[in-house]
Design a protein around this ligand. Structure first.
Ligand SMILES: Nc1ncnc2c1ncn2[C@@H]1O[C@H](COP(=O)(O)OP(=O)(O)OP(=O)(O)O)[C@@H](O)[C@H]1O
Length: 248
């Protein structure tokens, strides 16, 4: 494979990603760059490879082929403990389901990433409550997750992902289980918080209304990216910059 350097402003950069789950091919030759501070939507129908791409970019999965760079340093060649540390220290993850610990209160759930990093109890609690307030669930801080509505639980999961102000936040269909109005509101809160803290977001979604909240969208179909702007079409500056960061 020809070596190509990532552009300076790409915080994440992937080239020639292939991945198969057993006999099922999920990604086939995906290359893309994610710019510092942008909110990038990865769209595509169910089974098109969105989750697999996010997992490869975040170091949860090592691609069968291809390379992933974070801050210009390889992720795909790191040992499993180093990838785990990278995820804990630099990345946040929001899943479709909130996956909160039922025995812990809302603020304890939210503070977990800080406590795991070694932040003191008082400081972790203070920061967790600040994030819960930003996400309009500050009043739930002392409750257990079972006493919350689904949209409140998802807001808590978002607060937990943001509490350590990750460099990159990965969100995999974060609003899929919510009613449409709830989902859009939760997503607005997420994107506003990410923008004000300069957090890069990679957001997988099949919902065009959700993708419309992003700065840029790339589409996956059958494990391939589509919609790259060819370089010689006389595209605008903005389009040309997008094309620099996206190739199939
Ligand atoms: N753990 C797994 N084992 C076997 N096949 C898998 C596994 N995970 C994903 N796949 C398959 O890989 C392909 C891509 O799946 P992936 O979950 O990445 O797509 P997706 O676009 O996120 O879809 P969805 O919206 O349904 O989650 C699909 O054909 C899927 O069935």
């Amino acid at each position: 494979m020809q070596m190509v350097a990532p552009p300076d402003n790409d915080v994440l950069w992937a080239r020639g990603l292939h991945h198969a789950h057993g006999a099922t091919v999920a990604l086939t030759g995906v290359s893309l760059g994610v710019r510092e501070g942008e909110i990038l939507a990865v769209t595509g129908p169910r089974g098109s490879g969105k989750t697999t791409l996010l997992k490869c970019l975040s170091g949860q999965l090592v691609p069968t082929e291809g390379e992933v760079l974070f801050d210009r340093a390889p992720v795909h060649t790191l040992s499993s403990p180093s990838r785990e540390r990278l995820r804990l220290e630099r990345f946040g993850w929001i899943d479709t389901e909130p996956h909160l610990v039922p025995e812990l209160t809302v603020w304890e759930n939210t503070a977990l990433p800080l406590l795991l990093r070694g932040t003191g109890h008082r400081a972790a609690k203070h920061t967790a409550i600040e994030w819960l307030e930003r996400l309009d669930v500050g009043m739930c801080a002392r409750r257990r997750p079972a006493r919350l509505e689904q949209s409140q639980r998802q807001r808590v999961a978002i607060a937990r992902a943001l509490v350590s102000t990750p460099q990159v936040l990965f969100a995999d269909e974060p609003t899929a289980p919510l009613h449409s109005a709830d989902g859009i509101q939760v997503l607005r809160t997420l994107t506003t918080a990410a923008r004000s803290h300069h957090i890069t977001v990679v957001l997988a979604t099949y919902d065009p209304q959700v993708a419309a909240q992003a700065d840029r969208t790339v589409s996956l179909l059958d494990g391939r990216l589509s919609g790259a702007v060819p370089e010689d079409t006389g595209a605008s500056d903005e389009e040309s910059r997008a094309a620099c960061s996206l190739s199939v």
